[in-house]
Design a protein. Structure first.
Length: 173
């Protein structure tokens, strides 16, 4: 194929592209799609249906059969930000030794978010369960970026493990 043939093909492609562009510009100028008003009348649309939130089941019954060892495995999700041993140092998040029944935002030596400090509750079993579902939804303004744990059994196992992190674990509900 000679260079003359290649030039003819390239010229034809460019001509088609240029013609299509010019037709588009002329068409937009004639129709004015931004100013076009519809003559169709739409009846009032029903209000959008709000997705009904599923009520969170109490964690108490699941705690009776929760497995501390499985909870320790779930806690691996937390190791990057928290420590679990007695006297453990705070990391990005506070140390979790004796977290059950501790006042929210009440750990010594850690700067909690304003959302956490405003809670004025204790970390009971149900509070931990609600928090672990979606931390940012349960405590607005928390620094914790964790997305949450969907499975109730995993949350129960984790709570059982956190309960065991104490010299004298709190009684189950």
């Amino acid at each position: 194929m000679s260079s003359f043939e290649i030039n003819k093909i390239a010229g034809a492609i460019l001509t088609v592209a240029l013609v299509a562009m010019v037709i588009g510009i002329i068409g937009d100028a004639l129709v004015k799609p931004k100013d076009h008003k519809s003559s169709v009348v739409v009846a009032d649309a029903p209000a959008p249906v709000k997705k009904e939130e599923k009520k969170l089941e109490p964690i108490g019954p699941l705690l009776a059969s929760a497995n501390v060892e499985k909870g320790k495995k779930v806690a691996n999700l937390c190791k990057a930000c928290h420590t679990f041993n007695q006297g453990g140092k705070h990391k990005i998040g506070p140390a979790l030794w004796e977290i059950v029944d501790r006042t929210m935002g009440g750990g010594d030596g850690y700067k909690y978010s304003s959302g956490m400090m405003a809670m004025k509750k204790k970390w009971g079993y149900e509070e931990l369960n609600k928090f672990f579902v979606k931390p940012r939804k349960y405590i607005k303004g928390t620094k914790m970026a964790f997305v949450g744990i969907k499975k109730a059994k995993d949350r129960a196992n984790l709570i059982a493990y956190l309960r065991s992190l104490s010299a004298s674990p709190k009684p189950l509900p």
